[in-house]
Design a protein around this ligand. Structure first.
Ligand code: FE
Length: 192
């Protein structure tokens, strides 16, 4: 299988949502596809830019990196799903989308370090994974995180990530977002 191209990346993402999306989301009461579609919906309802909506939609696509025809997973980076996804997306997507995906776990560690209320509202599964992910950020890590361009948007994606776990919530399907993804890809292509 050859690597995805500009023409095949959206159909590939659609196919992954359809075929793999029904899988359980790490102990949460929603499937991974439901979760990602809820995050995109929250972003859209909040009036976020199309780039941010797309980042919210794709933030957990790294759970499916074995479905991408690339050697990313073979290189041993699939244990960090956000890194694996970012590696695949950076070929096609603008930096804020890539960073929104790459940093959504870091943003959780950031919020745990900077927002006292945040930790108290995390789901049990999210608290469990926090320990594996390194716990709250150190002061130094917090300062480094705040130097990432658009870090506030990345933190906001994380907030939606934590909210998008509502059983049976009604959302648009992947097809609703496909034209938006194409526009984001096109704008990025024209900008580089
Ligand atoms: Fe998530």
């Amino acid at each position: 299988m050859s690597p995805p191209t500009q023409d095949t990346i959206v159909p590939l993402l659609s196919e992954i949502f359809t075929r793999r999306g029904a899988e359980e989301y790490l102990g949460e009461p929603v499937t991974i596809a439901e979760h990602m579609l809820q995050c995109a919906q929250l972003a859209e309802d909040a009036g976020a830019s199309e780039e941010i909506i797309v980042a919210a939609l794709l933030h957990d696509v790294g759970h499916f990196t074995h479905d991408f025809p690339t050697d990313a997973a073979d290189r041993g980076i699939d244990s960090r799903h956000e890194e694996a996804a970012a590696k695949i997306l950076e070929t096609f997507f603008p930096q804020i989308v890539v960073d929104g995906v790459r940093c959504h776990v870091a943003a959780k560690r950031y919020l745990c370090a900077t927002d006292p209320d945040y930790f108290d509202n995390l789901s049990n599964a999210s608290v469990q994974s926090l320990h594996l992910q390194g716990g709250p950020m150190s002061d130094e890590e917090v300062r480094a995180f705040e130097r990432i361009p658009g870090y506030r948007d990345i933190v906001q994606i994380r907030v939606w990530d934590d909210l998008g776990k509502i059983p049976d919530a009604r959302t648009f399907g992947f097809d609703h977002h496909a034209p938006m993804i194409e526009r984001v890809l096109q704008r990025h292509k024209e900008a580089i």
